[in-house]
Structures are given as structure tokens and as C-alpha cells.
Design a protein around this ligand. Sequence first.
Ligand code: CU1
Ligand code: ZN
Length: 209
Amino acid sequence: MVGVACNSGDGDFQSQGAVMLKNFVNVRRVKSFLGSAFLLLSFGLLQGCGEDSEKTAMVRQAIAIESSDECHLCGMIITNFPGPKGQLYSRGISGNMRFCSTRDMFAFIVDPENKHNIQEAFVHDMAVTPWDHPDNEAFIDAKKAFYVIGHGKKGAMGPTLASFSTQADADAFVSSEGGSVYRFEQITLELLISMNHMSTESHGASAHE
Ligand code: CU1
Ligand code: ZN
């Protein structure tokens, strides 16, 4: 995305500017205005590019999940389903990976092939966003989040981890929905498997809809 903006941004603005100029009466005034706008834009773009390549080496941010985005693990359209989503960056893979559910994100994370390559990771803070349609503004650092496992609410793939930014919010969720609170490092493959059992036992149905 940054690459495209850096390479073609100027050209687009210049051709747009040329069309605009023909339509204005006070050509000179518009021209000088556009001239300074170009200078500012070019400067901004150049600076943006330099900063961005430095930042990718340090820390990357959560991005918006679009309505056509598919889960990296299962391929489902992420925004078609309820419950907290996850996204992460992994060493050796450029760009971000998005997941239909915290469950699928952790299934990816606990895989021994991926475990040591996980860099930044993000999940929804379910204390501030609706369960059925979590908002792109509500992503928090997954490594600092509190997770509730063993509750009755369903995510995209059935039982899932409810994610929160504070222990108090996780505790409040436990008192209304059940389950127990875990930290990022405590989540293992065994725990994910047991999560499915807990739920099939208490609800008698596997993932549907
Ligand atoms: Cu799925
Ligand atoms: Zn998925």
C-alpha cells in the first residue's frame, strides 16, 4: 500500500491538477496554490515512506478488517460472523494475517511452526464493542489481553476466547457468561482443544450457522 502511494501518488495528483486548471478562470492563482499543494504533498509522501520503512522494523499496528477479508486459517469471510477477531504479524511474512476468531488466531499461534515467529498480535476488546459486530476501532495488544475460556458465547468457529484489555472486564464477563481468565502465554493447544469439549458438553451442539 505504501509502495503504491509512493510511486504513483505524484503522477495522479499532477494529472488531476491539470484538469482542474483548465476549469478555473484565475489560472495563475490556482496554479500557485496547486504548486504549493504539490510541494507539501510530495514532501509528506517522501517523509511518510522513509518513516514507514523504519517503523515496519519496529512496531506495526492493527489494520481495519474489510468486509471481503478471509480468515488466514479457515478461509471464512471474517466480518460475516460474531465474536472477537484476531490479527497478527509473523516473522518472514510481509503483511498482516487476519482471523475469523480469537480461536483460529490462537490455533495458528500455538502451532510449533509459528510459535516463535509471532510478532505483533491484536484482538478485540469485547468490553467496548458489540459481540455480534466487533468494531475495527476496538483492537488491543493481544499479548497484554485477558482471555475468558469456557463461557457460553459463540464465535465464528463455535466456542472461542473472549478477549478484554483489563482483568476487571474479564472478571465481569465471567460472572455473567461463565468460564475462567487466562493470559496470552497460558494459552496452549491442549487448552484450545479442551475449550471445544467444555462447550460441547455444556451446550450439546457443535459449531453451526
Ligand atoms: Cu472458520
Ligand atoms: Zn477462521
